[in-house]
Ligand binder design. Structure first.
Ligand SMILES: *Cc1c(COP(=O)(O)O)cnc(C)c1O
Length: 398
């Protein structure tokens, strides 16, 4: 552990593992002393294609020589291609819209604003009465409005007064959700699989039942696929796993390939169409550099090879973690594609302590909520590397 005698100016809103990274290539990163580590967090799924994927770095580099920022006061030549190719990748309806932003939280905020305005202008909910249903255990970002409907006390405490207009129901309970819908409800906002909560996978019937409840009451289904989307679960979107088409999808993280922040809200024309000129925007949203990288990301996903790899390696990951559950080394393992939440027996310490032991074994992971560790390797990881990391995990749990 490195400690400094000089007080740091860096704000303490994170508690990182004691490693200082200076380089990275695909699944491997290097610290300032040249020691290499396998990255099983992958920027919380922002690095689905690994560190510095050649196609993404090339796209960014080429764009640096053209133009990087125009602001949306003017058009630029990659905006339309970005919208068109992202829409094709996601098999959007012909009149669906794509609204570019930068971070996940901003895109969630955009979806919330669009849903409320749609409710007031299109559905006919009285002014300022729109409510949105969310699930407990949710993670949608860190803005004042978003933490207003968090159920994580750490994320909320001290930050009030909170934004009203949200109703929290248990995650995975479609009946409770349907019962919470009333004439003020404009939308349901859910993660199809809860990432930050520890890769919580609802029953296969849950999202279809939520879809039906939304349809019955003219309520929008907004899927936050910031972490679950873009290949992680073995499909382009996690919603595909259960055959559900949301009205609005929120994307982020991997859309910028770990090179630049890029997010987007995509979906129904009558919903995103309420955001007319002057009602919403972003200085950096949809900038040329972001579009160049995001287009390259879309290019990687268009072939389907990364989704297929997430399925294949994910099946292998699930098998190996399942064996560690069977032999008692893990309490539970939840897997979707190349994404896993593993619960530890307290006799092995906390998630934080295990991530510290794995750091010593040159494997980077991150705990979430005490006894849980989240594994989200790059989809481009070599199977041998994944197996080596799982060997380290297995040994660290002996
Ligand atoms: C990370 C995340 C966000 C927030 O994204 P930021 O880019 O950190 O603002 C929103 N929703 C989900 C599901 C996430 O995992």
């Amino acid at each position: 552990m490195t400690t400094s005698l000089v007080p740091s100016h860096l704000a303490r809103n994170y508690h990182p593992l004691p490693v200082v990274l200076a380089g990275g290539e695909n699944s491997w990163v290097r610290d300032t002393a040249g020691r290499e580590y396998l990255d099983l967090l992958a920027g919380y799924s922002a690095l689905n294609f690994g560190h510095r994927h050649p196609a993404l770095v090339d796209a960014a580099r080429a764009q640096l020589d053209r133009i990087t920022l125009t602001s949306r006061a003017f058009e630029h030549d990659l905006l339309e291609p970005f919208a068109t190719r992202l829409a094709a990748l996601l098999e959007l309806r012909d009149d669906d819209l794509v609204l570019p932003m930068n971070t996940g939280a901003e895109a969630v905020e955009t979806a919330i604003k669009a849903a409320r305005k749609w409710g007031h202008e299109v559905k006919g909910v009285p002014a300022d009465r729109a409510t949105i249903i969310v699930a407990d255990g949710n993670f949608h970002g860190r803005t004042t409005t978003i933490i207003s409907f968090s159920t994580d006390e750490e994320a909320r405490a001290g930050f009030g007064p909170f934004t009203p207009g949200f109703r929290v129901v248990p995650y995975g309970d479609a009946e409770a959700l349907a019962a919470a819908i009333d004439e003020t409800t404009v939308a349901v906002l859910l993660e199809p699989i809860q990432g930050e909560a520890g890769v919580i996978i609802p029953e296969a019937g849950y999202l279809p039942a939520v879809r039906a409840a939304c349809d019955a009451a003219d309520v929008l289904l907004i899927a936050d696929e910031v972490q679950s989307g873009l290949g992680r679960t073995g499909t382009t979107l996690a919603c595909e796993l259960v055959g559900v088409t949301p009205d609005v999808v929120v994307l982020g993280k991997a859309l910028g390939g770990g090179v630049v922040p890029v997010s987007a809200v995509v979906g129904r024309q009558d919903v995103l169409g309420v955001l007319t000129a002057g009602t919403h925007g972003s200085t950096f949203g949809g900038n040329p550099l972001a579009c160049a990288v995001a287009l390259a990301v879309v290019g990687l996903l268009e072939t389907g090879e990364h989704q297929a790899r997430a399925r294949e390696l994910g099946a292998h990951l699930a098998e190996r973690l399942g064996a560690m559950v069977t032999d008692g080394r893990l309490v539970e393992a939840r897997c979707a594609g190349l994404w896993a939440g593993i619960d530890l027996d307290p006799r092995h310490g906390t998630g934080r302590q295990l991530s510290e032991r794995l750091l010593e074994r040159r494997v980077l992971t991150k705990d979430t909520h005490g006894q849980t560790l989240r594994l989200a390797p790059p989809l481009t990881i070599a199977q041998d590397d994944l197996d080596w990391a799982l060997d380290q995990l297995g040994d660290a749990l002996r």
